[in-house]
Design a protein around this ligand. Structure first.
Ligand code: UD1
Length: 393
């Protein structure tokens, strides 16, 4: 039996682990069927020699939620909508400074590792829980797989960049979503044998849930017409932690809201700062502020809007997959394929220039994008097959 623990901590992790869990379940089921259908003795010779012959018949895939995100709307709703089972372990670390949060996750996760002795830990993305859990695992000589490895913004001001570089350095299996990762990992001195270009688990979830997304009634809820509104998300410290930049972003949104309705599901960090800087009354009434929105409704908002304005990482990818124009309010992106192949416009943090770029898009200057290579809904299945084959040798 293989025992594997996947780690989730923050909102963008849930949709990456959900397809992995489904793929492990599917493989376990297939292995079981294969066992009972064939019987141990009656295997054909080529099957005995193939990788499938080495597959374990049971995979115990467990989920550990660190509790980095804990609000119902930042966490629980995703478990429900993505049909994830209740986590097997909940560490309940909550918020804190970077060191505090990372250290708390390490201390609590180490206890789980000592108790459970898994064969592998899977971490996804670039949040504090990602580096904390991978570090706790490698120190106990437990193998680590990093899903969404190899992305680089080359901007060490971003906590996520530090988390990515460190997690990649100590991981045993690195699964990349786009080819820029191959070169980035080579340049970091990571051996090719550990690196696998498999596609994008977050897009697996998107593809899987599109039929349900299409049943969402969120547009009616906010009286929105398809392709006639803008969707905004902002939470990056560089945009929202200082009064000056937050005020400038809101000014830009106020101007744009004279042309189109804007929906702005607001992250707890951003909401707290708008309040702290006394900017609440400064927002135009054509800007609809909402609490964080669940997965299915949120994807529906992305799919149907005219333009997304964001500083998120994942939304750059989701809009590219859906062929929706996206303005990224950052000076760099660790996801260059979304700009080179997709519909993402990297416009920087000069909000006057960003506003001009938005106005151009609204007047019809749109980018025609393509879906990046291997973003086909099968990344998790590839990952699971590779892992089972490698761990089972
Ligand atoms: C984290 C990730 C970021 C990711 C983002 C998605 C790191 C370093 N950052 O940033 O990469 O894009 O999640 O949302 O891991 N809070 C709540 N309720 C919650 C969670 C957070 O109120 O459920 C508030 C707390 O005041 C907290 C603040 O939001 O201090 C920031 O949360 P934190 O997890 O530290 O970072 P994020 O900004 O969410």
């Amino acid at each position: 039996m293989l025992k594997i623990i996947s780690v989730v901590g923050a909102r963008p992790n849930f949709m990456k682990v959900a397809p992995l869990h489904k793929a492990f379940e599917k493989l376990s089921e297939e292995s079981g069927k294969w066992k009972s259908a064939e019987g141990g003795e009656s295997k054909k010779e080529e099957e005995k020699n193939s990788s499938i012959a080495h597959q374990p018949l049971t995979i115990n895939h467990l989920i550990c939620h660190t509790g980095q995100h804990y609000d119902e709307k930042m966490s629980k709703v995703f478990f429900d909508e993505l049909e994830l089972p209740k986590p097997d372990f909940y560490l309940g670390v909550g918020s804190g400074s970077h060191a505090e949060q990372t250290a708390k996750v390490m201390i609590e996760f180490e206890k789980i590792l000592l108790q459970e002795k898994p064969d592998l830990v899977i971490v996804v993305g670039d949040v504090n829980s990602t580096i904390a859990c991978s570090l706790a695992a490698v120190k106990l000589h437990i193998k680590v797989a990093h899903v969404e490895a190899g992305l680089r913004s080359f901007d060490k001001e971003m906590p996520e960049e530090i988390n990515r570089v460190l997690t990649d350095t100590i991981s045993d299996f690195l699964f990349i979503t786009e080819k820029s990762g191959l070169e980035n990992l080579k340049n970091s001195g990571i051996s090719d044998e550990k690196v696998f270009f498999v596609g994008n688990c977050m897009i697996d979830s998107l593809i899987h849930y599109l039929p349900k997304v299409d049943k969402s009634t969120i547009l009616e809820t906010y009286c929105l017409l398809p392709t006639a509104y803008l969707l905004v998300t902002l939470h990056r410290p560089s945009n929202v932690d200082e009064a000056k930049s937050l005020r400038e972003v809101i000014e830009m949104l106020n101007h744009l809201s004279e042309k189109r309705k804007i929906v702005f599901p607001i992250h707890p960090r951003t909401r707290a700062n708008i309040k702290a800087f006394g900017l609440e009354s400064f927002l135009n009434e054509n800007i609809i502020l909402t609490d964080p929105i669940g997965y299915l409704d949120f994807i529906s908002l992305v799919k149907n809007c005219e333009l997304v304005i964001t500083d998120s990482g994942g939304i750059q990818e989701e809009s590219t997959y859906l062929g929706v124009q996206c303005l990224t309010l950052r000076d760099n992106t660790e996801r260059p394929v979304t700009v080179e192949v997709g519909t993402n416009h990297l416009v920087g943090t000069d909000f006057k220039k960003a506003e001009l770029a938005a106005v151009e898009i609204l007047s019809g200057k749109k980018k025609i994008g393509k879906i990046p290579e291997l973003w086909d809904g099968k990344a998790a299945e590839r990952i699971v097959r590779i892992l089972v084959e490698k761990l089972n040798c």
